[in-house]
Write a protein that binds this ligand. Structure first.
Ligand code: GUN
Length: 279
């Protein structure tokens, strides 16, 4: 049976480290502030935003919450971002996605000053990642690299296959694994012979958004499997993109859902907020 990669424990460790650092900073009169903008009341987004606020509270980061009604216009959101960009007491700005259809995600994300873009979604930060410069890295991929490192999984020289090519996970994940010296393949819904591709992976990272999509036939024995998906099944139970029961017996290590990648995303957001203070 595979070793469990415990994201809950590792994220708690990181948050504890950040808490210690924040409390030292506070003694020097330095306080970190994150502004969180939520437009509308998507239930999943409300849960994520609340979890982010709770993490801020735990660490000692001040959070400013802007919960705006569904009818808010793009101009109103852009005006708020401009105000927060100009405030010297605000270090990080996060706009929870998805936005209502009437608001352009691109217009909003590019309006955030790159130095305050703790989600790492601004094209300047994506470009910095691409060219190996300093900048904010998208939290889920950054969390996965941290999980691998703290679980002593060797990345250099390994075959890494990423299934999924989203801007938030798949693409930045590939760039990060490349930076860590892996040999990287991105596969996606149009890939032919997906099983043959995923079976090459020493490290298989799955972000396809389909419950229990990856079964044992997709996995090389002894691989490390990272599951980014989170879904609720008919019995209200959480599951990932990987069929855990089928895959765990053949792989070397695997992240559970819940308690794998999920908690790491928030821990890395908190890390980015602390780094924003130094930008
Ligand atoms: N919606 C889903 N994932 C994310 C994320 O990482 N950041 C933000 N801002 N919104 C999201």
């Amino acid at each position: 049976m595979a070793k469990l990669i415990d994201g809950k424990r590792i994220s708690a460790e990181i948050k504890e480290e950040l808490r210690t650092k924040a409390s030292l900073w506070k003694q020097e009169g330095r306080e970190v502030t994150l502004a969180v903008i939520l437009v509308g009341a998507d239930p999943a987004s409300c849960v994520y935003v609340n979890n982010k606020k709770k993490a801020c509270e735990f660490i000692g980061i001040r959070s400013l919450s802007y919960e705006l009604p569904e009818e808010t216009t793009q101009t109103e959101v852009l005006n708020l971002i401009e105000e927060l960009n100009n405030r010297s007491d605000v270090d990080g700005i996060l706009v929870q996605l998805p936005l209502p259809k009437s608001i352009s995600e691109e217009a909003v994300l590019t309006a955030i000053t790159p130095q305050k873009d703790v989600d790492g979604f601004h094209p300047m930060n994506v470009g910095a990642l691409c060219t190996g410069k300093r900048g904010f890295v998208s939290c889920t991929p950054a969390g996965i690299v941290e999980l691998l490192k703290r679980s002593e999984v060797e990345i250099t020289g390994k075959e890494c296959v990423i299934v999924g090519r989203s801007n938030i996970v798949g693409k930045p994940m590939a760039l990060l694994m490349l930076r860590e010296n892996a040999t990287v393949t991105i596969a996606h819904s149009k890939s032919v012979n997906l099983k043959e591709i995923t079976k090459r992976a020493d490290i298989l990272i799955v972000a396809v958004g389909k419950p229990k999509f990856i079964t044992e036939e997709y996995v090389k024995p002894g691989a490390v499997v990272i599951d980014v998906g989170i879904h609720r099944n008919q019995d209200n139970k959480l599951c990932g993109d990987v069929d855990f029961e089928s895959v765990a017996p053949v792989c070397d290590a695997i992240t559970p859902v819940p308690g794998g990648v999920g908690p790491m995303t928030i821990a890395m957001l908190m890390k980015n907020c602390m780094e924003a203070k130094e930008m």
